[in-house]
Design a protein around this ligand. Structure first.
Ligand SMILES: Nc1ncnc2c1ncn2[C@@H]1O[C@H](COP(=O)(O)OP(=O)(O)OP(=O)(O)O)[C@@H](O)[C@H]1O
Length: 606
């Protein structure tokens, strides 16, 4: 996530609305490049869509000219008994209408095909990228922002691609063809129209400026509404526990009122713009009619041409409103594209090696060799750490909050790379291991014991989707999860997110133990849950834990006395340093920090 001018900007300037010219040019170039790369595979369809829209609009505009021909040529000939020209023009009119309809239909289908393919491609790219980016990125770029990229930003692009571009292209061509046809038919009427363009332009600019401001405010207001609602629903337990319902209702009521007010202002704006446009259009038609009627009377204008010019004048301004709206869609879509292109430009901070060292079956010997680490360019969290964990050892990490225990654990899983020094597994630098080798050898079980929607079976098999039912059950049995799983409504097939399938915190941990057991890593990192379990729950988890830890290297961020007791070795951390290191019994017998901590723990149990 570098911020140097030459380096990729990524998401760094996403919230910054005061960019200098060089940077905003770079961001625009990046967006266009992304758009180009999205459209390139569809260039044939895209070109075809352009041809279709041109032909379709030309055919649409042919109507009034054919009416003029019918009146001025067909009618006199028909009066003389020759119906040929009338039939010809009528045939042409029907043909043009069919061509216009067919081209529009084909164009809409083609545009939908291209826009859906582009959106699908983009959606997949965003998803792939968010999976690929390192934890460092996700810890600073909140999930709310990623959700916005995947939802509202893609929606904004969809609006533009689906209807925005269509209305712009159709409207622009329609007006151009109509104007040109009018000038060809009768340039004097064309001049009347030209005079009307001035006020239409002025009122449209006026509308555009105001609607743009209102559009932005309304987006902010609706986002605020959604965020507030989601927050209240997510924290509904706290809301009810602290009786915040009335207060929240007032706050939410205020937000809805803001949203109503802004919607009303938008409607009032339309209430001025729409009649304004209609008025200008009608006055123009009236002027063209008066002007034309005099010329018909003195014989310098044919009646058919007058009818056609009136039709053209009336229809000329029809697309203006849609095109004015396009501007809003365009603005939000280009902002969305800038943000998405920034996300796609990010590079993972932890990258796989170009030439990995193979480690098909690790033993689990972990070494910290003069490791120094700090998050990003922030302060040093772990200074010059030396640590040797022989294969098979169970290490309990204890220490005050913020001491650096989780940081140490995250380094062993290579969620982050060390700033200096090296961490090795069986003598191989973690940075030289291929991702599959590393993921197989080192597994981290986090506090949250996250369960994905799906069955218990699928959740256990997460690390090894090819595991057989027997293997899954064996893993569950080993950690003591089998019995409670059988008691669930559908046993191993129970959906963990469905009512009735809900599992307790301890049971969730056991499922995640079974998952880790099945993965069978050489090194297991465990961030033990701080939440206090009830005594039977704790015992259940404890037994599962002991089985899980046997025969592998384990580093546990320990919060429970019982866990520390089963460790071979305890490391006490303070300010990123290991201040005590030894077997639990030895440290308890001593007079250091751990002895004091242990005494406090024991007292708390009484
Ligand atoms: N993603 C991060 N970015 C920047 N600083 C961080 C990040 N995560 C942790 N830190 C900082 O690193 C230090 C060590 O944090 P760490 O989470 O490793 O402590 P810990 O010993 O695991 O604490 P706890 O027991 O409360 O989980 C803290 O000062 C914390 O503020």
């Amino acid at each position: 996530m570098s911020t140097q001018a030459t380096a990729p900007i990524g998401v760094a300037d996403e919230e910054n609305s005061h960019l200098d010219a060089t940077r905003s040019r770079a961001i625009r170039r990046r967006s266009l490049k992304l758009l180009g790369s999205l459209l390139r595979p569809h260039r044939v369809d895209f070109t075809l869509a352009i041809v279709l829209v041109v032909v379709g609009q030309a055919a649409r505009v042919a109507g009034p000219a054919l009416v003029a021909l019918a009146i001025d040529r067909g009618l006199p000939a028909a009066l003389d008994g020759d119906w040929g020209p009338t039939w010809l023009v009528a045939g042409g009119y029907v043909g043009a209408a069919i061509a216009a309809g067919a081209c529009t239909a084909a164009y809409i289908r083609m545009a939908a095909k291209v826009s859906q393919a582009v959106l699908l491609d983009l959606r997949q790219r965003v998803f792939r990228q968010t999976q690929l980016l390192s934890l460092e990125f996700h810890e600073s770029y909140t999930s709310g922002r990623i959700i916005s990229r995947q939802t509202s930003d893609l929606e904004a692009l969809r609006d533009l691609l689906d209807s925005g571009i269509t209305s712009l292209a159709q409207g622009f061509l329609f007006m151009a063809f109509t104007g040109v046809s009018l000038f060809i038919l009768d340039w004097r009427s064309g001049l009347v129209l030209l005079v009307a363009v001035g006020p239409v332009w002025a009122i449209t600019r006026w509308f555009q400026k105001r609607s743009q401001v209102l559009y932005r405010i309304s987006r902010v207001a609706s986002a605020r509404l959604i965020v507030n609602f989601v927050e209240n629903m997510t924290g509904i337990r706290a809301v009810q526990a602290f009786r915040r319902e009335r207060y929240n209702e007032q706050v939410y009521g205020g937000f809805t009122e803001d949203y109503r007010e802004i919607s009303a202002r938008t409607m009032r704006l339309n209430g001025v713009y729409d009649p304004g446009l209609t008025l200008i259009g009608n006055v123009t038609v009236a002027v063209a009619l008066g002007f034309g009627a005099f010329r018909v009377l003195d014989g310098s204008l044919e009646v058919g041409v007058l009818v056609a010019t009136l039709l053209y004048t009336k229809r000329f301004f029809q697309p203006v409103r849609d095109m004015a709206m396009f501007y809003n869609a365009f603005q939000s879509a280009s902002a969305a594209l800038e943000k998405i292109s920034g996300l796609l430009e990010e590079v993972p901070s932890v990258r796989p090696p170009a030439r990995p060292v193979a480690l098909p079956s690790a033993q689990g010997h972990v070494r910290f060799d003069d490791v120094t680490f700090g998050y990003g360019s922030g302060r040093t969290i772990l200074p010059h750490l030396e640590l040797d964990v022989p294969a098979g050892q169970t290490v309990a990490l204890v220490g005050s909050t913020g001491a650096g225990k989780s940081t140490l654990a995250k380094l062993v899983t290579r969620f982050y790379d060390v700033t200096a020094g090296a961490i090795t597994l069986d003598g191989v630098d973690l940075r030289d291991l291929s991702t599959p080798d590393l993921r197989r050898a080192v597994v981290m079980v986090t506090q949250e014991a996250y369960l994905f929607s799906g069955s218990v079976r699928e959740n256990i098999a997460l690390a090894r989707p090819d595991a057989s039912d027997e293997e899954i059950e064996r893993a569950a049995r080993a950690v003591g999860a089998h019995d409670f799983i059988l008691d669930l409504p559908d046993g191993y097939d129970t959906d963990v997110n469905k009512r009735g399938g809900r599992v307790s915190a301890g049971q969730r941990q056991l499922i995640s133990f079974a998952r880790a057991f099945l993965a069978d890593p050489a090194v297991l990192i465990l961030d033990e849950a701080t939440s206090s379990l009830d005594i039977p729950g704790e015992r259940l988890v404890q037994r599962g834990l002991e089985t899980l830890l046997a025969n592998r290297t384990a580093i546990i961020i320990a919060h429970r006395l019982s866990t520390v007791a089963i460790a071979d070795r305890v490391l006490v951390m303070a300010d990123g340093r290991i201040v005590e290191d030894g077997p639990p019994a030895e440290l308890i017998a001593g007079s250091g920090r751990f002895a004091a901590l242990h005494a406090a723990w024991r007292d708390s149990l009484v």
